[in-house]
Design a protein around this ligand. Structure first.
Ligand code: NOJ
Length: 563
């Protein structure tokens, strides 16, 4: 059955860096309201905003101090209500981030939990996950396990007042919640319903697969299997789905890495799923250097194009007719896509357009991450003080322990860190790129004078013009969003070619992922005509095509008479 959210274009807003409406150097909700007409003009139908809740900002809002308050950095509840009203007036739905796995250590629940003298200590202590210290052979106190969290740090922090360790799989200021506690769950449900009453159209479920833990706490290193994707987390999500998400017809985007077919269907299967779309990561780190396993995602190898194609293909195969697909290049947790998989210098515009064409003709729903539509690039931070992300600081220490020099560590971090995607949106070629009249909270990319909305808006050959064209095409042609995909020569190491076949027409996408000329072999090419849009000089189709660096072309043919 067709749902209201199917095929609608989604845009991810990293609130802190989108638009500064009150001139304090920090993006905010009034800034988003100011830019709604822009979003409408490029064909956006749903916005997802990163956490707007009151927070000490250790992880920039994913550490929630009060779920019922809007952060003073971002505005007020009245601003939030105005955003919902104004977005709805122009036909844009709003979904917000929902952080279920943890709170800030400054949340009143944790304040009570850690203080044995607090009147409600006993109740709230059990909202979190605690464990007594272990003692080693030398009689020294040790954490319960050697687990390593997602920011590269130990998952346990000792708290002297309770003489226990608490579990945190992200930063130590983000204690994990105990989803086996029914009172905590009831508090969460009340909070979710409160935001539904404010008019939100859905949620993006943060860290959705981490809600259950292995309560045996076995010794393991790094131990991810004991705090991620444990089967019982599906029970919690299904409960929320049955009681809240489905009855309110909300759009639920869930974040979960590494799901297999059964899990994927449990998440987003039309019949049994607890959510509607899955944010997965199979295509995100296709350039890790296997010879440097100790560096994990911080190592950089050659982009494995086959891996990227196969990841997308796997998702289309897994969900098939049983669930809805979601496509995106990157979000606020990965480097900028042009710097990552394209060429951010010589072939900036060309590779930006190639990446757009490679992605945006695929079936399902798409998420465009802020700034992707103008081809924003990574920053080149050279000093540790320039970084803002909590993960960078733990990983810097890890790299130094591994023997990397300061310079080597900074270079590795600068290429791959999350701050790359979090620099302010570049609106104009004015001061601070029109994001703010004052120095922003994080340094801007050095390329703001050439890469910005203003300079691309009226240039028909810009990356932005192509995004506008593709997003509008997706809105107007169900053949794309409701089509099926067939990859062409999927084992070709350099090309990214596919057909998207809809009920009445079929698109053929041909792209070269490399900065050198390649050739591709194509069959069954008759009756395809070029789709021009903002693309110029599309060559006629031939069985053997020679593609210049980062070339990308789209063709279309009718399947049967369109009514
Ligand atoms: C996933 C979010 O995308 C990321 O930014 C955040 O740091 C973690 N979850 C923890 O909430």
């Amino acid at each position: 059955m067709r749902q209201w959210w199917m095929g609608k274009n989604i845009y991810q807003i990293y609130l802190r860096s989108f638009m500064d409406g009150n001139h304090d150097g920090i993006g905010d909700i009034p800034g988003v309201i100011m830019k709604l007409p822009y979003l409408k003009s490029i064909g956006i139908e749903i916005i997802w905003i990163s956490p707007h809740y009151d927070s000490p900002m250790d992880d920039y809002g994913y550490d929630v101090r009060d779920f019922y308050r809007v952060s003073s950095d971002y505005g007020t509840i009245d601003d939030f209500k105005q955003l919902i009203t104004e977005a709805h007036q122009i036909g844009i739905k709003v979904i917000i981030d929902l952080v279920l796995n943890h709170t800030s250590d400054e949340h009143p629940w944790f304040q009570a939990a850690k203080d044995p003298n607090h009147p409600e200590h006993v109740k709230y202590h059990d909202y979190y996950i605690w464990h007594k210290p272990k003692t080693d052979d030398a009689g020294l106190m040790q954490p319960p396990t050697s687990w390593i969290g997602w920011f590269g740090d130990r998952t346990w922090t000792y708290h002297p007042l309770t003489d226990e360790y608490y579990l945190h799989i992200f930063s130590k200021k983000m204690p994990d919640l105990n989803w086996r506690n029914h009172e905590m769950i009831d508090d969460m449900k009340r909070m979710i319903l409160w935001w539904v009453a404010q008019g939100v159209d859905g949620f993006r479920l943060d860290a959705a697969n981490h809600l259950e833990k292995n309560w045996e706490f076995p010794e393991a290193y790094p131990g991810y299997e004991h705090f991620s994707s444990l089967p019982k987390h599906h029970d919690y999500l299904h409960m929320l789905s049955e009681e809240i998400f489905k009855p309110h017809d909300l759009l639920i985007l869930g974040e979960s890495g590494g799901a297999n077919k059964a899990e994927a269907l449990a998440y987003v299967g039309y019949h049994q799923g607890s959510m509607n779309m899955l944010i997965q990561f199979g295509h995100c780190w296709a350039d890790i250097d296997p010879t440097q396993p100790q560096l994990g995602k911080w190592s950089q190898g050659v982009v494995d194009v086959v891996k990227i194609k196969k990841s997308f293909q796997t998702w289309y195969q897994i969900l098939g007719h049983d669930g809805w697909n979601l496509i995106y290049w990157h979000n606020h947790d990965q480097p900028r896509i042009i710097s990552h998989y394209g060429s951010d210098r010589r072939y900036h515009a060309r590779s930006g357009k190639m990446l757009a064409i490679a992605l945006y003709l695929m079936p399902g729903s798409c998420i465009c991450y802020q700034g992707e539509e103008i081809g924003m690039v990574n920053v080149r931070f050279r000093k540790l003080e320039q970084f803002r992300d909590v993960e960078v600081f733990t990983e810097y220490d890890n790299m130094r322990r591994m023997g990397k020099t300061k310079r080597q560590a900074l270079r590795l971090l600068s290429r791959r860190c999350r701050d790359n995607a979090r620099t302010p949106m570049q609106w104009t070629h004015g001061a601070y790129a029109g994001f703010s009249p004052v120095q922003p909270w994080i340094d801007m990319s050095g390329r703001k004078h050439t890469i910005n909305v203003q300079s691309q808006s009226h240039d028909p050959s810009s990356i932005l013009s192509l995004y506008r064209f593709l997003l509008k095409l997706r809105r107007s042609d169900d053949n794309i969003t409701f089509g099926t995909i067939e990859f062409i020569d999927i084992d070709h190491p350099d090309s990214f070619c596919y057909r998207t076949v809809g009920a009445t027409c079929e698109y053929l996408v041909i792209t070269n992922f490399r900065n050198r000329t390649i050739s591709v072999q194509l069959d069954d090419i008759h009756k395809f005509a070029p789709v021009t849009g903002s693309l110029k000089r599309i060559p006629p189709l031939k069985n053997r095509m020679v593609l210049a660096p980062f070339a990308a072309f789209v063709y279309r043919r009718t399947r049967r008479r369109e009514s």
